[in-house]
Design a protein around this ligand. Structure first.
Ligand SMILES: Cc1cc2nc3c(=O)[nH]c(=O)nc-3n(C[C@H](O)[C@H](O)[C@H](O)COP(=O)(O)O)c2cc1C
Length: 191
């Protein structure tokens, strides 16, 4: 596939097959995050990989899915993510200003997973305290976001924005519809 088409084919996945990922797979996705652009090349980000199905199940109640759909689109039993990556800032390296680095790193990670046929949901709506406790995250690491991972069992679709709403919704075909601004909306001018 053309690389632009590959990037455009990525959609957030929230329903997964009950198939585990290996620790080696997660290591490769973290390796992709590792080489992302970093402001002043400070590289403050650190990661914790969760390939264990048991630990993944313990994380599940501590993350929130598809806020616009208020629980209607929560993964059901057998659709839960089978792995997670915790994205942390090492505050002994940088005390603030790591969020932009995180954006670049997580996108690298998600695209590396996609190349393996693995779907991902980037998760900011998480119980930072309880997950930090559960994963025994050391004091110098601040948990920023989680990335839920697994083989997809849904096919969300990009759609156009109607009635000015950017809220995703369940389409008539049962697939999640993700309204995206058009290229003409976002490209303001070209010199
Ligand atoms: C910083 C960030 C935090 C997010 N947090 C959550 C979350 O907590 N739960 C969730 O279900 N989706 C979350 N998402 C996924 C977005 O809802 C999703 O990217 C958006 O609806 C666009 O869909 P797409 O990724 O398929 O293009 C998050 C995305 C980003 C970038």
């Amino acid at each position: 596939m053309d690389f632009l088409e590959f990037i455009k084919s990525r959609r957030t996945i929230r329903k997964f097959k009950d198939e585990p990922l290996t620790a080696e797979q997660l290591k490769r996705y973290i390796d992709a995050a590792r080489v992302a652009p970093s402001a002043a090349n400070i590289q403050p980000l650190k990661y914790i990989a969760v390939a264990s199905p048991d630990m993944s199940e313990k994380i599940f109640p501590l993350v929130k899915w598809a806020g616009y759909l208020a629980g209607e689109y929560n993964p059901k039993d057998g659709e839960h993510p089978t792995a997670y990556i915790a994205v942390c800032a090492d505050t002994s390296i940088r005390q603030s200003g790591y969020d932009v680095d995180m954006g670049a790193a997580v996108e690298n990670m998600i695209l590396a997973a996609l190349a393996d046929g693995v779907g991902a949901c980037w998760m900011g709506s998480i119980d930072h305290e309880k997950i930090s406790e559960l994963l025994e995250i050391p004091d110098n690491l601040k948990l920023l976001n989680m990335v839920a991972l697994g083989y997809p069992s849904e096919t969300p679709e990009e759609t156009y924005i109607k009635d000015d709403s950017i809220k995703y919704y369940i389409g008539e075909n049962g697939n999640l519809q993700i309204p995206k601004r058009s290229i003409d909306d976002v490209l303001i001018k070209t010199f």
